[in-house]
Write a protein of this length. Structure first.
Length: 550
């Protein structure tokens, strides 16, 4: 390999989906170069071909996808001509990868220690004690709290952000020369994003590691990348140094991406509107059992004495770090997990209702989950997924009527109704998230719990979804419980904010008041980290430098 040759050199890569000779091009004549110790940011809207390009490097494309042409040189060797054995030696050792959706990438049947240890064992670390020590070091390095206790945890026992940190630890396990990071901070709150990005920069400097960084968050790209490549509809439309791309973009599409972000304000809040959902001193404690008889010796207090109220036509945003209890609280309020304490829906106490008694209310109380691929059945078409609730709650509808409702729901979320007979794996991560939103909208609910509904979407589509949610809210007087770590999206949608930490609400009030004058130091630190990551002007809140240096 020549001394001046790039670590990764992609020439005229083309990838297609579909029958031979009739392929639909997902990537067309893409060429990229990445030097050792440098970061290339790959940006573009959902479906632009970013992830397909990255998966092509390690030849992990989904069934039905084929590389139609081109070359991919890594350390001077064409990976497209490498044998299966040669590729296994590269994956996980010389090229690490962080996937977009950690829940579908982690084995649900294996504990965290085994999953990370397996990578270490495959690539030469034979001793169990050494693997355990290295695994613990990695988990601590990526900022997983109580790392030693998490070694025996299963993926479902971790929050979305915690699972993402485990994925990053796995990718870094063997100190790879190239890290492909496909939306590595999507599920993380802003303070942990700052930690993870600083960690990646530090590892890059220490190991002279190259990073192919795929993201829809242009603020992060501006902070992380040395060069940027912009993709649209499978083609690279512009490349160049990061500073040049952001200060003097040449292509109209690049200009649109830079300008696009959620904007506007939440609909005016009526303080006298009817309470749709309320909780009083709500608790969700998970027992820690030990011994032969499985007696509870302690409790994980995921939600610990929370009181809140959501009024008709308004949005209450829950913000806080990963593991703070936001998602657990949302699930408890919908009676999807067991809790202790009164829960009122439209003035009716529902915490004592049986599953049968709750069923008629499910139509009115919908949820959009954080991980769209994990919540969409791979065996069902999009039409079958979106109409599933209609089959249960609206049995009198005919098949054409259900199909018309599905088409409207898909169109409302920016998807082409003509795609309704395709399957989830045929869509990008952002498109799958819109399918999940369409499924909730199809039942015309009163209340929707939105658990990071825009986390997998690029900024331009985030803006569209926020506008859509706001428009639907004003037209239908919908109420949203909005769980998010993206404060720009929160500012554009929420009328009320509750800040959670360690299972408790530490501050709540009107969004306008909290954005202008956060009282708690923890809230100030969240805001400071968000401003830093997005490249905005300093907010003046205490703790900004502390977060940046973590």
């Amino acid at each position: 390999m020549a001394a001046d040759a790039p670590l990764l050199d992609i020439h005229d890569l083309s990838v297609g989906f579909g029958p031979t000779g009739r392929e639909s091009l997902a990537v067309e004549n893409v060429s990229l170069r990445l030097e050792r110790g440098r970061t290339l940011g790959l940006v573009g809207e959902s479906g632009s071909g970013k992830s397909v390009t990255a998966l092509s490097v390690v030849r992990l494309l989904a069934p039905g996808a084929r590389i139609l042409g081109g070359e991919i040189f890594f350390q001077g060797r064409d990976l497209l001509k490498a044998s299966a054995a040669a590729l296994r030696a590269v994956r996980g050792a010389r090229i690490g990868m962080v996937f977009q959706e950690p829940m579908t990438s982690l084995n649900p049947l294996h504990r965290i220690e085994r999953q990370i240890g397996e990578i270490l064992e495959i690539h030469g670390l034979a001793s169990r004690e050494q693997r355990r020590a290295r695994t613990l070091d990695l988990l601590q390095e990526v900022g997983l709290q109580n790392a030693e206790k998490r070694l025996d945890a299963f993926p479902h026992e971790l929050s979305g952000g915690q699972r993402q940190r485990v994925m990053i630890a796995m990718a870094l396990a063997n100190n790879p020369g190239l890290l492909i990071a496909d939306e590595p901070t999507t599920a993380l709150d802003v303070t942990v994003q700052a930690q993870i990005l600083n960690l990646l920069r530090d590892l890059q400097k220490r190991h002279n590691m190259a990073i192919l960084f795929i993201t829809h968050d242009l603020g992060i790209v501006r902070r992380m990348a040395d060069e940027v490549a912009v993709m649209k509809l499978g083609r690279v439309v512009e490349t160049g140094p990061t500073q040049e791309i952001f200060t003097a973009p040449r292509h109209d599409y690049t200009k649109m991406l830079i300008a696009a972000e959620p904007s506007g304000a939440a609909p005016p809040a009526d303080p006298n509107a009817r309470e749709v959902l309320a909780a009083r001193n709500l608790k969700v404690w998970f027992p820690i059992k030990k011994g032969f008889f499985g007696r509870a010796t302690d409790y994980v207090k995921a939600v610990d004495g929370v009181s809140l109220a959501l009024r008709k036509g308004q949005t209450l945003a829950l913000v806080g770090e990963s593991g703070s209890g936001k998602t657990t609280l949302g699930l408890a309020l919908l009676r999807l997990i067991r809790s202790d304490g009164p829960i009122l829906y439209l003035g009716r106490n529902i915490d004592g209702l049986s599953s049968r008694e709750m069923r008629p209310l499910r139509k009115e109380m919908q949820i959009v989950f954080q991980d769209p691929y994990g919540s969409l059945s791979p065996r069902l078409s999009v039409a079958e997924i979106v109409e599933e609730g209609l089959l249960i709650q609206n049995r009198g509808l005919s098949a054409p009527e259900r199909r018309a409702i599905v088409a409207r729901a898909l169109a409302d979320t920016g998807l082409d109704p003509a795609t309704m007979d395709r399957y989830p794996h045929e869509f990008s991560g952002g498109q799958r998230q819109r399918i999940a939103i369409a499924r909730a909208l199809a039942l015309d609910p009163e209340l929707i719990v939105l658990d990071e509904p825009t986390s997998a979407l690029d900024r331009s589509v985030q803006a569209q979804i926020v506008d859509l949610l706001r428009d639907l809210q004003m037209r239908r007087a919908l109420s949203y419980l909005f769980i998010s770590h993206d404060l720009k999206v929160v500012k554009a949608l929420a009328s009320q904010i509750a800040v959670m930490r360690d299972g408790r609400i530490v501050e709540q009030g009107s969004a306008e008041e909290i954005f202008a004058r956060p009282r708690e130091k923890y809230t100030q630190e969240l805001f400071a980290a968000a401003f830093d990551l997005n490249g905005d002007e300093p907010s003046g809140h205490a703790g900004a430098q502390q977060i940046v240096d973590m």
